[in-house]
Unconditional design. Structure first.
Length: 218
């Protein structure tokens, strides 16, 4: 199967979603931001044990050799989508994905230190997540068909009633990786905003990983 990684020196920016890709994907409500919304380094994090704390901070603080980023926002600013495509030195992308997989497997929650505030982050059980992360992982993470590896999880950050919902899909192919993150307020899981978020998320999930891997939209 031919993918965009067949051209080793290809510009990473060509693997990112652009404003020109949005209309055909039914994402006319979104516009591309002038600069990425999530370029800052993550704050210090604390897990249940010192060992997991080290893995957690190493995973989220990992730096790629080369990286390009973009962000999109819908008309009422209720949904922000961040996308990054990176390239790491040989073997580093696989090690990073292994760290991220361990974080989501062994850390049901952790805290982030932002100034004097401690913010709790909880990982949503993938079996009960309406975004169906396990199905997305199977779609873009078939090791037997091109050697892709995918990992997707949803997190809730903050106090109940004021929580942010953060859903991230990671896709690795060789030494390159895609990070696709959706940010919004958690809101009522049965309300119209949740349904709209699910619909917009599914459109980006069909568009961004396929473009990264050089596949038709799925």
């Amino acid at each position: 199967m031919s993918t965009r990684d067949d051209a080793p020196h290809q510009d990473l920016t060509q693997l990112l979603v652009t404003a020109a890709d949005l209309p055909a994907a039914g994402l006319d409500d979104f516009t591309e931001l002038a600069s990425p919304s999530s370029d800052e380094d993550p704050p210090p994090m604390t897990a249940q044990t010192p060992e997991l704390t080290a893995v957690l901070n190493r995973a989220f603080g990992d730096k790629a050799a080369r990286e390009v980023r973009t962000s999109f926002m819908n008309a009422d600013s209720s949904i922000v989508v961040d996308e990054g495509v990176s390239e790491r030195v040989a073997g580093a992308a696989a090690a990073w994905m292994a760290d991220m997989r361990r974080v989501y497997t062994e850390c049901a929650s952790w805290t982030m230190s932002i100034g004097d505030d401690e913010i709790t982050v909880q990982v949503v059980d993938p079996a009960g997540d309406p975004s169906e992360p396990l199905k997305v992982e199977q779609l873009f993470g078939n090791e037997g068909d091109g050697g892709y590896e995918a990992l997707m999880r949803t997190m809730l950050a903050g106090s109940p009633g004021q929580q942010a919902r953060i859903t991230t899909l990671l896709v690795r192919h060789g030494d390159r990786a895609l990070e696709l993150t959706f940010r919004s307020l958690a809101g009522d899981p049965d309300g119209p905003e949740a349904a709209r978020l699910a619909a917009e998320t599914s459109k980006f999930l069909a568009l961004a990983p396929s473009k990264f891997l050089g596949l038709p939209p799925r």
